[in-house]
Ligand binder design. Structure first.
Ligand code: HEM
Length: 474
């Protein structure tokens, strides 16, 4: 935002006053999305939010976001809100800074090259087929499933397979048992203090125990792989083979552990939520869902979905992109200014927090006409060309943008296509589904749905499909 001329007295942009000392911190802890949405609606593109000891700035103008995430990214570190993430992820790509981060990013980058992701497409489809085979039994019994749990299990299976090549055998049970405890805990303690998370309370102990167990498994896998020196062409092999350009050194076990746990978290939770929200939206927009089924039929027929089909699965891709707009799984992130800066004509003092909230930016009416409407055509090239790049940031942007962006989109497109080939998903009626902003944006309390086998095409043309109305209309 290039702010209008203002008096020297307006040191900060306008914003809510909040409570003495705490400012809006209590609001942020109890209902962060409402607080950010209201602030942007009421005060505009740049809002001053006092959050406890910090001056906070909510930036909603794409030019300001570009400034923070890209043009002046060197002046920003991840905010103290990422400290709780460090408790589990250590110093991996998501949480590290400066030259250490840059080195790790360079080491990891080739693993996410499009050709590498292409090689992982088979594993993605394989895992999806296993899920669909299980659904066959569920469909014939007419039982309801929880879409969120299904997508979480599926994307977890995919990241484990692409990271370690194998299905992990017995150790999979340990990952499956410990991961939900760790994951839940990361979400729940996002706004907590170090003290709150260090006390020997039952929840903390449970988390420490789970983390130790998971770490033991991860260290064991690393040790085995180092011993056998097998190159499985998976993410772990790439990390193990990576060498620093200058020193020739590889990663230590501790670095590998941090990167592996980071990828486990970042590589499946967000994608599973993107898929869950996509199904939530599709169930309320049967015409789009049918459009996807028709497209899949046309492009893939009865064959196995593959990387080579992706460019032609246009409706599928746009529906996922639109879902990422309305319900961005990484709904908000934040930075801390290392030195004084200027944003939108205002001074941003050293130490300030800058909040970048995709959930709010993706619903700004001046960037997105009729913002609450689900309309995948917004991602047609003509419409995209009219928007500033930083108006759409489900994967962040700049040097710290998501490294797994392509991985996630390939995975999501393949899953939606493979499911659409075989199943229709209808939500069980009368559910009250709300976005729950933990570290990611979860549909709470889950999404209960009935899956039914799609009728063969030859029958569909002569039969009018009766649709059960879905739950909460969007
Ligand atoms: C729909 C799925 C996904 C979404 C919405 C998403 C979103 C994001 C966002 C917004 C960031 C930037 C956070 C910030 O600036 O503070 C990020 C970073 C990151 N993501 Fe993703 N992500 C997704 C999938 C993935 C996948 C599949 C992987 C890995 C397999 C992954 C790995 C990472 C890593 C390692 C970072 C840190 C990058 C760095 O700082 O260098 N993400 N992601």
């Amino acid at each position: 935002m290039i702010g209008p001329a203002r008096s020297a007295a307006s040191r900060f942009p306008p914003g809510p006053r909040g409570y003495p000392v705490l400012g809006v911190l209590p609001h942020l802890r109890s209902n962060p999305i409402r607080t950010f949405l209201d602030a942007a609606d009421r005060y505009g593109d740049l809002v001053h939010l006092k959050a406890g000891p910090y001056h906070g700035f909510l930036a909603c103008d794409p030019a300001d976001i570009k400034h923070v995430l890209q043009d002046n990214a060197r002046n920003y570190h991840k905010s103290p809100l990422y400290d709780r993430l460090r408790d589990s992820l250590g110093n991996g790509l998501l949480t590290s800074e400066d030259s250490f981060w840059l080195r790790q990013r360079r080491l990891a980058q080739p693993a996410f090259h499009r050709q590498r992701v292409k090689a992982m497409a088979g594993a993605m489809v394989d895992c999806t087929r296993q899920m669909l085979e299980r659904w066959d039994g569920i469909a014939s019994r007419g039982d309801a499933i929880d879409i969120v749990a299904e997508m979480m299990a599926l994307t977890q299976a995919i990241i484990v397979r692409t990271m370690f090549s194998t299905d992990l055998g017995a150790t999979a049970a340990i990952v499956n048992r410990t991961w939900p405890i760790i994951n839940r805990r990361i979400g729940e303690t996002f706004w907590s203090t170090k003290l709150e998370t260090s006390l020997p309370l039952p929840a903390n102990r449970r988390f420490w125990r789970a983390l130790r167990e998971l770490e033991t498994v991860v260290y064991q896998i690393i040790a085995d792989r180092r011993k056998t020196q097998r190159d499985e062409s998976d993410l772990l092999s790439m990390f193990l083979a990576a060498r620093d350009e200058e020193t020739g050194a590889g990663m230590t076990d501790r670095q590998l552990r941090d990167e592996v746990v980071t990828m486990l978290l970042a590589g499946h939770e967000t994608t599973s939520l993107a898929l869950s929200w996509t199904y939530y939206l599709l169930s309320q927009h049967p015409e789009v869902e049918q459009g996807i089924a028709d497209e899949v039929e046309r492009v893939i027929g009865d064959g196995q979905p593959g990387f080579e089909h992706l460019d032609r699965l246009i409706c599928t891709r746009r529906a996922i992109e639109e879902s990422l707009r309305l319900y961005p799984p990484a709904w908000g992130f934040s930075r801390r200014a290392l030195g004084d800066d200027g944003i939108g004509g205002y001074r941003v003092p050293k130490g300030s927090l800058v909040f970048v909230i995709p959930f709010v930016i993706h619903r700004r009416p001046k960037l997105w006409p009729n913002p609450d409407r689900f309309d995948p055509d917004r991602f047609a090239p003509e419409q995209e060309a009219q928007r500033p790049r930083f108006a759409y940031i489900p994967f962040g942007g700049g040097p710290r943008g998501c490294i797994g962006n392509q991985f996630a989109m390939v995975e999501a497109q393949l899953i939606v296509a493979a499911v659409a080939q075989r199943y229709r998903i209808e939500l069980v009626r009368d559910q009250d589904i709300r976005p729950e902003p933990l570290i990611t944006l979860r549909p709470a309390p889950g999404i209960r749905a009935i899956v039914s086998r799609r009728a063969p095409r030859s029958l569909v043309s002569s039969v009018t499909l009766s649709r059960r109305p879905s739950s909460t209309p969007h």
